[in-house]
Design a protein around this ligand. Structure first.
Ligand SMILES: [Zn+2]
Length: 451
């Protein structure tokens, strides 16, 4: 099974920021390595440095056990002092760990995270982010190669933050939230110190909260549990999920960036490779499993005169010519590309539910008879697009008129809102830049000023 490596500046960061995901991965059989970068020597109240190191280390081991961590690696840097450690030195340690343990996925702070006031978090995020590419080079740190290590690249980069600049992935964690809460509570001394900071601030305000004192002295779980439950619920809500059933942790997850769609289409399995873990959002079947006879039946008899599109696919009509020329699109929709010949008089009929592209698409599950993209609120998205264009199911529009309408009503920002990475769609073709180019061509063609 694959290895996940969590690079945690402090003992408690792993549990607090990605604890439920770690526990879930551990359940799935991943090998989990937790790298603690600092010694947390100052994170306590009323203890000596030695006592603090011992206590926080013991509590880390308890928390790691709860989460299902297999290995803890201590880097032993002095806590709250990483800003004074040369970044290159920290980076070398990360490169070494990647080359030695070959993690499939790495979890750490996002170097672009917002509102981060802890320099240990910032420095670790920066060192890891750079190490992710430096580890691939055959001329960086040759002393590693003398040890028998080789260049290596981590596949998935899972970034968390106090506030992420861009959430690209919500992990569903209802099954492991309890273990996250228990693990965070296991960091008793660090939680007590966190509470203490609020108490001092409240004191300056001239107030106190009795519950904080009770929690600090006694059972942390009600307080920590409430906070983490509410946080996970808010994230599930942001994901568009039913919060009665689902909870979430949020990430900016990076794999191949803009090349993801291309690699999805073209990558073939390596011999003797450990199979990659399944990801609902990323690893779609991309094989329609439709035989030739079925394919023939999926081409509408009047495709030369009329195509039927679901709401948000109307946006694709603005880039028909460019999409049909695109190798990735041709691979994905081979049978369709052969038959679809857009012309100005082609009628685009608006439909509810699945349209022309859906049954031909690699994201469509033949077994389940549904689109597996996991797009949330797809109906809301269809309605939003149609409402914006002033169309309704049953509308019939000449392709040329529709393209003019799109040129007028869908400026760059609107296209990004509907199809871009931060929007509902996360469209692969948009990620390749083809639609932006097509739309700017349309605007030019119809003499519409781009805003
Ligand atoms: Zn921390």
């Amino acid at each position: 099974m694959q290895t996940a490596m969590i690079i945690s500046p402090h003992a408690d960061d792993a549990a607090a920021f990605c604890g439920a995901t770690i526990a879930k991965f551990a359940n799935e059989g991943w090998h989990i390595i937790l790298v603690r970068v600092t010694d947390d020597r100052k994170d306590s109240i009323g203890l000596t440095i030695e006592e603090t190191i011992a206590k926080n280390t013991e509590e880390l081991h308890n928390a790691a056990k709860i989460l299902g961590v297999n290995e803890i690696i201590e880097l032993g840097f002095e806590t709250d002092m990483l800003a004074d450690v040369p970044l290159g030195k920290l980076r070398e340690r990360m490169v070494y760990l990647f080359r030695k343990y070959k993690p499939y996925a790495v979890f750490t702070f996002d170097p672009f995270g917002l509102y981060e006031n802890n320099q240990d978090h910032v420095r670790v995020a920066q060192a890891v982010d750079e190490a992710l590419w430096v580890s691939c080079f055959d001329k960086h740190y040759p002393e590693h190669f003398a040890e028998g290590l080789e260049p290596f690249s981590v596949c998935e980069r899972w970034y968390f933050a106090r506030q992420l600049p861009n959430v690209t992935h919500y992990e569903e964690i209802a099954g492991t939230i309890e273990r996250k809460i228990d693990a965070v509570c296991a960091h008793r001394e660090m939680m007590r110190n966190t509470i203490n900071q609020y108490q001092l601030q409240l004191k300056t305000w001239g107030k106190q909260v009795a519950w904080l004192q009770e929690s600090k002295e006694g059972n942390l779980k009600p307080l920590v549990g409430m906070f983490l439950q509410e946080q996970a619920k808010a994230l599930a809500e942001a994901a568009g999920w039913d919060t009665e059933m689902y909870l979430a942790e949020a990430y900016r997850m990076e794999r191949f960036g803009g090349l993801e769609p291309l690699f999805q289409m073209m990558a073939e399995p390596l011999e003797n490779a450990t199979p990659a873990p399944a990801r609902v959002e990323l690893d779609q079947p991309h094989e329609t499993k439709v035989d030739e006879k079925q394919q023939a039946h999926l081409i509408p008899v009047d495709i030369h005169e009329r195509v039927r599109l679901m709401g948000h696919h109307h946006l694709c009509a603005g880039a028909f010519d460019e999409l049909l020329e695109l190798p990735v699109f041709q691979l994905g929709y081979a049978s369709l590309v052969e038959h679809l010949k857009p012309n100005p008089d082609l009628i685009v009929e608006t439909v509810y539910g699945y349209g022309l592209f859906c049954y031909h698409c690699g994201y469509f599950s033949q077994e389940e008879g549904r689109c597996t993209t996991g797009w949330k609120n797809k109906i809301a998205k269809d309605v939003a697009v149609l409402d914006h264009l002033g169309l309704k199911p049953g509308s019939q529009t000449r392709l040329e008129d529709l393209q003019k309408l799109l040129a007028e009503k869908v400026p760059y920002e609107k296209l990004e809102e509907f199809c871009g990475p931060g929007g509902e769609g996360k469209c692969e073709m948009y990620a390749l830049g083809v639609c932006q180019k097509a739309y700017s061509g349309l605007r030019k063609k119809y003499g519409i000023e781009s805003k």
